[in-house]
Design a protein around this ligand. Sequence first.
Ligand SMILES: [Zn+2]
Length: 264
Amino acid sequence: MKVREYADVVHRILCALGKSEHLTVWHKTSSPPYPLYCLHYAAKDADAALIYVSAGIHGDEPASVQCAVRLLELLAAEQHNGVTFPFDQYNWIISPCDNPYGFERDIRENAAGLDLNRMFENPYRSTETTFIAELLLRTQELNKPKVRLALDLHEDRDSNGFYLWERRASTTLPVGNEVVQQVGQVCAINQQPQIEKHRNEKGVITLLDTVTTKGWTRGRFLAEQIQTRCLILETPTTLELETRIKAHMVAIQTAVKQAIKFQK
Ligand SMILES: [Zn+2]
C-alpha cells in the first residue's frame, strides 16, 4: 500500500532545477514510473570540494529523503532564510531518493524485494544500484572532480538516538565525533556499547580501510571503488520527522566543515 507519492519528490526536484542555473542533472534514468535523479550543484569556484549526498536507498527511512530534497531547495534558493552555513561554496552531487518504490510503500527493499544497500558487489543487477554505480563512476572520469566526502542518509527503527558509521582510511583523521557532538544538541545520541555487532563509541562506529563486516554496502563501494571517506548517518525513526531532518542537516554541515578542513 502506498503511503507517500514519489511524484511529490520529483516535483520538488524539478522546481529546484528550474530555479537555479547552478543546478543541473548529473545522472538520470527514465525507468517509469520511477525516474531516478542525481543533481549537480556547481559552486562559483569550480575547484571547491565535491560532496556526494545520497538518501532513501531504504524506503522506510523518509527523513533522509526529506533532508536531501531540502538541501536541494536550499541550494536552489537565492535567499537562505536564516541558514548561515555556506552550502553554495561547495560542489554537490545529490541523489535524494534512491529507492522510490520502497519510499512510496514505506518498506526497506525495492520492488524485487532486494535490500539495495547489500548489492554493491555487483551493482548492475538492479536499476537502482546500477544508477548509483554509474553516477559515482562518472566522478572517476578524466578531468572530473573527485568526491571528497560522501554522506549517506539513513534511519534506524531500533535506535534510541542518532549514531553514524564512519568509513575512512586509517591515515585519515576522524570527523564522526564532532558530528555526533553537534547533533547531540538536536536529539539524543545512541550510547549502547554495540550496534549490529559493531563497537559503538558514543554514537560513532568506525570502519577502517577495507572492513567487510557490513557486507556490500554503498559505503564499501565508495571506499573500494571511489576511494572516498563516507559517513553513514542514522536518525532514530521514533522521533518527530522534523527533528530527524534537522539532525541530518546539522550532521551534513558539521561533516562538511570538518572533513574539508582536514583535507586541505
Ligand atoms: Zn538504512
